[in-house]
Design a protein around this ligand. Structure first.
Ligand code: UD1
Length: 402
């Protein structure tokens, strides 16, 4: 498995807090990583990306702006707001706006920074934030936001005094960010629980760090193995971060075993239906909902999938239907009645994880499926077609057809 995209992005943003040169390894080769690199480079940082590593030196940062043309291609660009404001006292970050999977507001990020002393205005589509010096605060999230927790944790690392984040996100990527910030000299406690305390320090120093493996990539592969009745050994698989996913996979008939050399996933039995809902970590991740739906579309019986995190994350349903899946959406629930087989067709990726679900469906569909708009796939999966081809899939990238 490659390095985790969702861990790498906030860590690259956190590099804006230190002088000197940071070096991060196990960085996946992805469009979102290129976008984050471009974003901090245009601020004046020196960013060198090569062979799975990135070096970031921020002493030249002068332009405290995240422009709309970059933010609109990657919402995680909002993660530069906290570090810019905390270190330089100022930031102008374009409002991300909606995206295919829902409205995705950033109110929790902004309310938290305001509680820490920032003055925030919205001017011509930009968040304009100022604070001579941020101070600690007690901030309670209405619902745990991953990006919100990360933005505030980064900012609080060099704010005056103590910040407490209550009902914080517990995702492994949040924990990894805390690990890196602590390596940089921050004083963060409670990462991985829902209460984080951050004792601000005057400054942080650069570090070298290898990023954790991508649990979402691993979960996606497990679902592909289940759907194709394969037998695969996954190396560098963060199994301990996939407990709720593995429990569901076992419930539907997929075998997942930890061995000395990796995690072996196989499926020789029939796949059976199950119900599940997406939840914040350690619940079933919304980022694997679409892929699990592809697997359940050929299970015996009826499955009910409830999407509790994003209001509109069923864009893949109509594309899966084009392949013959029997799925009905009722509000936040999708009712999937398993069919015996799927049939190939041209389909269109609508977002990152939806595109992975279409690839899984295509692997088991009769005849040929062409998935277009795979730039979505390239945002978050490193060389997916090569990894699948190495496992025996008949898949190729058609040049010129993004
Ligand atoms: C991160 C992940 C994304 C994943 C998501 C949920 C990264 C780069 N992206 O996105 O892959 O799908 O977590 O696990 O790590 N919300 C608000 N106000 C806010 C912020 C969020 O209402 O200010 C809501 C969102 O609309 C959503 C929920 O909170 O309904 C969770 O969103 P959040 O955890 O913030 O997701 P991201 O950090 O954007």
């Amino acid at each position: 498995m490659s390095g985790s995209k969702n861990a790498a992005l906030p860590i690259m943003a956190a590099a804006l807090l230190t002088g000197g040169t940071n070096r991060f390894k196990n960085i996946p080769t992805l469009r979102d990583i290129d976008t984050m690199a471009a974003l901090i480079r245009q601020m004046g940082a020196e960013v060198v990306l090569e062979r799975g590593a990135v070096s970031i030196a921020t002493s030249g940062v002068q332009n405290l702006v995240a422009p709309y043309d970059l933010v609109k291609t990657m919402r995680a660009s909002i993660l530069v707001l906290g570090p810019l404001l905390a270190r330089f006292g100022e930031a102008r970050v374009s409002l991300p706006g909606g995206c295919a999977i829902g409205a995705r507001p950033v109110n929790l990020h902004l309310a938290g920074l305001e509680a820490m002393g920032a003055e925030i205005d919205l001017v011509e589509g930009y968040i304009v934030a100022r604070a001579k010096r941020l101070h600690g605060a007690e901030i309670s999230f209405d619902s745990p936001s991953v990006g919100g927790t990360e933005n505030l944790m980064i900012a609080a690392s060099i704010a005056d005094g103590r910040t407490t984040l209550i009902n914080a996100a517990r995702e492994p990527e949040v924990e990894e960010l805390a690990r890196v910030l602590n390596k940089m000299g921050a004083r963060i406690e409670g990462a991985g629980t829902s209460v984080l305390t951050i004792e601000g320090v005057p400054e942080l120093h650069p570090v070298e760090h290898a990023i954790i493996a991508d649990r979402i990539e691993a979960g996606t592969l497990m679902m592909a193995v289940g759907a194709t009745h394969g037998d695969v050994l996954i190396r560098n698989c963060p199994l301990e971060q996939l407990e709720s996913v593995v429990a569901k996979l076992r419930a539907v008939g997929v075998r997942v075993e930890s061995t000395g050399s990796g995690v072996r996933v196989s499926a020789d039995a029939e796949i059976v239906a199950t119900d599940f809902q997406t939840l914040p970590y350690p619940g079933f991740p919304t980022d694997l909902q679409a892929q699990m739906m592809a697997l359940l579309s050929v299970a015996r019986g009826v499955s009910v999938i409830t999407e509790s995190i994003f209001e509109n994350r069923f864009m893949h349903v109509s594309e899966l239907q084009r392949l013959g899946a029997n799925i009905v959406v009722r509000g936040r629930a999708a009712i999937v009645t398993g069919v015996e087989r799927l049939r190939g067709a041209p389909v269109m990726a609508t977002d990152l994880r939806a595109s992975a679900s279409l690839v899984i469906a295509a692997l088991i569909a009769d005849e040929r499926t062409t998935v277009s708009r795979i730039y979505h796939l390239d945002r978050g999966y490193e060389a997916m077609e090569k990894k699948l081809r190495a496992l025996g899939a008949r898949v190729r990238r058609i040049k010129g057809k993004g």
